[in-house]
Design a protein around this ligand. Structure first.
Ligand code: AMP
Ligand code: MG
Length: 488
């Protein structure tokens, strides 16, 4: 691996160097060979032979520089003060095969000075959810952390019940969160200039060419965040805990807790059990992204060339970037060009899904069975299921909508429409029930189901033999989507 451990050269107040605390008898859970290859991990014999010991915290290779990062954050809209890596360690920074920076971060690595009341551990259930979700989003084409693999162990961890301790080697382009800057502003304001230079040089080097690099950097963070959230909305992903300590400065999805993928379409869906007010409901995510950036940006006023007015200019493109990307994506999901008529069709379609509680993923995919039935037997079946779920009032609305939709599609080259739809409407997402089946088996020591779901999600846009009906079935319409607990 091409190590580039630069964080450890920053001001020592920003982190605490320490090794992980080892887990008892760590055993393989799953290993992501594709990620390992991209990192250059597979060409290193020491790393390959000892990956379980490394993830289990029993062995730290000489080139690793493990440390816990300090950060702060706003949680559910309130200033939470110092947080930091309470159960994870930045183990090493590397350049991957494409020369891109990647952080290896071990989650579940034991106590740190930032553990507060926690035990420094992660349980198997949440580790599997994070492992599969990072993989799912990455393969869906959405910027996200991913993971090299995870291990399970005999270490007992107390949550609502006693569970097995596990550890995940997370891989992300950066582990710097908006909350890092919030921590600096409160506890070490004199390092803000040095830290901003570090963020620009490491993650946004193209901004150096700009007249005021810091403003170019902030604008780029704003745009990348808007872009990521548009991707989430299009695929039906709800992060669940969009606190400023869980948002990366690179516009890449980070920190999976009570996340979820939309099943029966309900824009007001709250997937996090602890989110009593629905602050992080699916439909609020774009506004929350803006809220987070808005509390973050003013810290940079300490720096030369940054004023309230110039910061307003940095934030201004947020809405237009989101809208452009979301609306264009929505039109592509229908195979239509990005124009006003397509958008009205799209919004009528979303209303139909919402009023009839139709499955978001399957319904979009079913439209391929409408426009090109011969080539899409699987999608024809989805279409048949979908139409049986329509209320009698909705049957007429559907007839009318599909006639107008087909008329719009007929004016276009069909191959292009099909290609757009096949590459933006997945067959497989990580449904809670899928993750749960994989977890139940893993808790009995069986990891085959984790592997099967992993393989399924490796090609989410293609129908696959290893799938079964449960992978693509939505919960019955009258079962409310069960919110996921924060306990992890
Ligand atoms: P999260 O809700 O996972 O994003 O975590 C919020 C904060 O709580 C972060 O500072 C975490 O490091 C910390 N934290 C979460 N779980 C634990 C735990 N079991 N032990 C120590 N710190 C934790
Ligand atoms: Mg977090």
């Amino acid at each position: 691996m091409r190590y580039q451990n630069t964080y450890v050269n920053l001001d020592t107040r920003l982190y605490h160097e320490q090794p992980p605390a080892s887990l008892d008898n760590p055993r393989a859970g799953h290993f992501n060979t594709q990620v390992a290859q991209q990192l250059g991990w597979t060409t290193n014999e020491d790393l390959m032979t000892n990956w379980i010991e490394i993830l289990g915290g029993q062995y730290v290779p000489a080139d690793f520089k493990p440390l816990a990062m300090a950060y702060a954050g706003h949680q559910f809209g309130q200033w939470a003060g110092q947080l930091g890596d309470g159960r994870g360690l930045l183990m090493a920074q590397v350049l991957d095969n494409d020369g891109q920076p990647q952080d290896l971060h071990l989650k579940g690595a034991g106590l740190t000075p930032y553990s507060r009341m926690g035990d420094g551990r992660a349980v198997l259930r949440s580790t599997i959810r994070e492992y599969l979700c990072g993989h799912a989003l990455t393969q869906l084409g959405i910027p996200s952390s991913n993971a090299l693999g995870f291990v399970v162990s005999d270490t007992r961890v107390r949550r609502e019940r006693i569970e097995a301790g596990a550890a995940l080697m997370r891989v992300a382009d950066s582990h710097i969160r908006l909350g890092h800057v919030e921590w600096i502003a409160s506890f070490a304001p004199d390092v803000l200039g040095e830290f901003t230079d570090y963020m620009i040089d490491t993650y946004y080097p193209e901004c150096r060419d700009s007249d005021v690099p810091v403003l170019a950097f902030l604008t780029a963070v704003v745009k990348r965040t808007a872009h990521m959230i548009a991707d989430w909305q299009l695929i039906g992903f709800a992060h669940g805990v969009m606190n400023t300590d869980n948002l990366s400065i690179t516009g890449s999805t980070l920190d999976f807790g009570p996340f979820g993928f939309m099943e029966r379409f309900n824009p007001a869906w709250i997937n996090n059990h602890s989110d009593h007010t629905g602050r992080y409901a699916y439909q609020n995510q774009p506004a929350i992204g803006h809220w987070n950036l808005n509390v973050w940006l003013p810290h940079f006023m300490r720096l030369d060339g940054v004023t309230r007015e110039t910061l307003a200019d940095c934030l201004a493109p947020y809405e237009a970037t989101f809208m452009q990307h979301y609306q264009q994506g929505l039109c592509r999901k229908l195979g239509l060009p990005h124009q006003r008529e397509s958008l009205s069709l799209a919004f009528e379609w979303l209303t139909l899904l919402e009023d009839n509680l139709l499955d978001y993923t399957n319904s979009f995919r079913a439209l391929l069975g409408l426009i090109a039935p011969e080539d899409h037997p699987y999608e024809q079946k989805l279409l048949a299921t979908m139409t049986t779920e329509l209320s009698s009032d909705a049957q007429q609305i559907w007839q009318d909508w599909s006639t107008r939709y087909l008329a719009s599609i007929e004016q276009l080259p069909l191959a292009q429409a099909i290609n757009d739809m096949q590459t933006t409407n997945p067959v497989y997402i990580l449904r809670n029930s899928m993750a749960q089946r994989a977890i139940t088996a893993a808790e009995q020591g069986q990891f085959e189901e984790v592997d099967r779901v992993f393989r399924l999600l490796a090609n989410p846009y293609s129908v696959q033999d290893i799938a079964n009906d449960l992978d693509t079935s939505a919960p019955a319409p009258d079962t409310p989507q069960v919110p996921i607990s924060c306990s992890s």
